[in-house]
Design a protein around this ligand. Structure first.
Ligand code: ATP
Length: 194
């Protein structure tokens, strides 16, 4: 999977709609302090389904919406769109996440309403995602060095593209437990009838 284009509107300091083309190869973001470099990286993590406001330097998820300045009114929504392709320049997918004050987040894949889980699995299967080691933010290198073995294992699993399998296994286990409970209930009913 390759990231091609990022569009932001009302996200943190990016109040006006902004579009950035992401060229092949390693991408670095440079600029003066406070110009919004980290906000850009957070926008990518956010559209990929990040669920923790803390890891986006906010107290609540609505903190990603432009909060206004002395001269500009705040916004009522934030929207980020990420265009990806299959890595060979083919099959394009547009992922959109939008949050409105008081209404929470909504996701779309190529214009179709989907759940957060669908978006997170799309990226997890492609060995990337909101916690992917491919996104290197400030302090991340130090965090990798200081990571506990279990955290390092999670990073390796993300890189190997098997993180999505854990989600599916947990869901399958839940379904199995549900089926077992149904079977037990059925046994009870049958023995009542005998
Ligand atoms: P540094 O190099 O100092 O780390 P940076 O270029 O990474 O800075 P960011 O941390 O991405 O900059 O951007 C910080 C700016 O974004 C601050 O000016 C902050 O006020 C602004 N900002 C963050 N969230 C919002 C929001 N919800 N509404 C408006 N502005 C915001």
């Amino acid at each position: 999977m390759r990231f091609r284009k990022l569009r932001l509107s009302g996200f943190k300091s990016f109040v006006e709609p902004a579009e950035l083309l992401i060229e092949p190869g390693l991408t670095g973001v440079v600029g003066p302090n406070g110009c919004g470099k980290s906000n850009l990286l957070e926008a990518i993590r956010w559209v990929m389904g990040e669920g923790s406001p803390k890891s986006l330097r906010g107290g609540g998820m609505e903190d990603v919406i432009f909060a206004g300045t002395a001269t500009r009114a705040s916004r009522s929504f934030a929207e980020v769109s990420l265009l990806v392709d299959d890595g060979a320049g083919g099959a394009e997918t547009e992922v959109v996440r939008r949050i409105e004050r008081g209404a929470g987040s909504a996701y779309r894949l190529n214009g179709r309403d989907v759940r957060q889980r669908d978006v997170a699995l799309l990226f997890a299967d492609a060995a990337t995602g909101a916690h992917s080691p491919a996104l290197v933010s400030q302090g991340r290198i130090a965090a990798v060095i200081a990571a506990k073995p279990v955290e390092r294992r999670q990073m390796l699993e993300e890189a190997a593209g098997i993180a999505g399998l854990h989600v599916r296994r947990r869901e399958a286990e839940q379904r199995l437990r549900g089926a077992e409970a149904n079977l037990t209930r059925l046994d009870e009913l049958l023995s009542d009838m005998e």
